[in-house]
Design a protein around this ligand. Structure first.
Ligand code: GLC
Length: 426
């Protein structure tokens, strides 16, 4: 008997469960990752709500006293991963962890669970609320550089879009620290090196980690003095959406205390969106804060202005035109990088492949803002590549071939919670 894709997806989540938290995929990513866990909770919620909340509770357990929820939580060391806890050497939270964060989708996932659920879900959301508020506060204070009102990032890994050509502007400006310790990459042992970031990029990624360590992970200083400082439409729009959703959670739960503060964050972020506007291209793009230079390609993060409910009518119209241009060039939407821009590579990680969790939030935003046709195409294309190739980490937008990690948790979760045809029928 052949098992259905829904059954396979459930099996993947169960198999990647490490006792309350889920690894993105065995071996390549053997720990708990921040935004992966949030998306994975949506998948668990389709068949086990208690387990869905548990995933989020364990994620919040990694929070630092300054409010940051790190991008990876290292509950136990796994020599199969680089860079592990002995490289980061953080002492911020209850567990060793990475010293940077990741896109803050947590509030939006909690709101989805709350809206689907009942009594028990409200209590769970209440338990997580203060931690989420503290995390957003951290982004708005410690990750917002002095003299600016836009949230930024200090490391490409913080954006979740590790080697997107967007980051070349910032990486080009920084040198590899000659004092970084020699290291052996593990990712290229588990995945095809031609689909992974380059050696020079890795040297720079490790250089930023060393800078963080040298600053004893003082996050304000890392933002203001670190070697890399860019503003990312991904983090900016996801945080703006998450602030809007946090406000709704507060209102639903009758928590008044922070409402004024959250509203201020929203108003500031809506205004700050223009900082990322590339008028030549007609898109919101990543920008190097120190040089002011702006990236020149339409990335999947550019498409998140709809999800954030940001941008003027004209800015949205031009963003849609870019997506229509891209749709005529690829078989499967939405590539992570612009097929007409320098650096596009259909199979190299964030230089082209379609990413399941990005398609989900982009499509959700487009549908909410009345762009139903594009929203449907982005959803249906994800369903098609999964049907064609299986539960890969990401997919070649030209051929639909699966790339890098197999039996991937967020792909399974996005299928169950959103892309599966049975979900559409329900
Ligand atoms: C890669 C991705 C990142 C993801 C992580 C675990 O680093 O770029 O977005 O969170 O893998 O899946």
């Amino acid at each position: 008997m052949t098992i259905t894709l829904n059954e396979q997806a459930i099996e993947i989540l169960r198999k990647n469960d490490r006792g309350g938290f889920t690894v993105p995929t065995a071996r390549l990513y053997p720990y708990q990752w921040n935004w992966d866990s949030a998306f994975v909770a949506l998948g668990f919620a389709t068949f086990d709500r208690t387990r869905a909340w548990r995933e989020l509770e364990l994620l919040v357990e990694g929070q630092w006293p300054n409010g940051m929820i790190p991008h990876i939580i290292f509950r136990r060391d796994d020599p199969d991963y680089f860079p592990g806890p002995s490289v980061w050497r953080t002492a911020g939270g209850k567990f060793p962890s990475g010293g940077i964060s990741q896109p803050p989708v947590l509030a939006s996932i909690v709101l989805s669970l709350l809206e689907q659920g009942g009594e028990g879900d409200a209590a769970k959301a209440r338990e997580l609320y203060d931690a989420i508020f503290a995390w957003h506060n951290w982004y708005h204070t410690e990750r917002t550089p002095e003299g600016h009102d836009i949230v930024c990032t200090v490391h490409p890994w913080e954006t979740g879009r590790d080697n997107c050509p967007d980051w070349e502007l910032g990486l080009d400006r920084m040198a590899v620290d000659p004092d970084i310790d020699p290291y052996v990459r593990k990712d290229t042992e588990h995945a095809d090196a031609s689909q992974r970031p380059s050696k020079l990029q890795y040297d720079k990624f490790v250089t930023i980690i060393k800078a963080g360590r040298d600053l004893n992970w003082d996050q304000k200083r890392l933002t203001n003095e670190g070697p890399f400082l860019m503003a990312d439409p991904g983090i900016h729009f996801i945080l703006l959406r998450a602030d809007r959703d946090l406000l709704k959670i507060a209102q639903t739960l009758g928590l008044d205390e922070h409402i004024g503060q959250i509203q201020k964050w929203i108003d500031t972020a809506v205004r700050a969106s223009d900082y990322l506007w590339n008028d030549r291209l007609g898109a919101f793009c990543a920008r190097d804060v120190r040089s002011g230079e702006i990236s020149q390609g339409f990335s999947s993060a550019s498409a998140l202005c709809f999800y954030a409910d940001a941008g003027t009518t004209e800015q949205r119209k031009r963003s849609v035109e870019n997506m229509e241009r891209i749709a005529s060039k690829v078989q499967f939407m939405l590539p992570s990088w612009d097929p007409d821009a320098d650096g596009f590579e259909a199979q190299r990680y964030w230089c082209g492949p379609v990413w399941p969790q990005m398609n989900h939030i982009i499509s959700e935003g487009l549908a909410e803002q009345g762009e139903q046709e594009l929203a449907n195409r982005i959803r249906n294309d994800l369903a098609s590549v999964i049907q064609q190739s299986g539960f890969f980490e990401c997919f070649n937008p030209v051929t639909g071939a699966g790339c890098i990690g197999t039996d991937f948790s967020w792909t399974a979760a996005m299928w169950l919670a959103w892309a599966t045809p049975t979900k559409m029928a329900s």
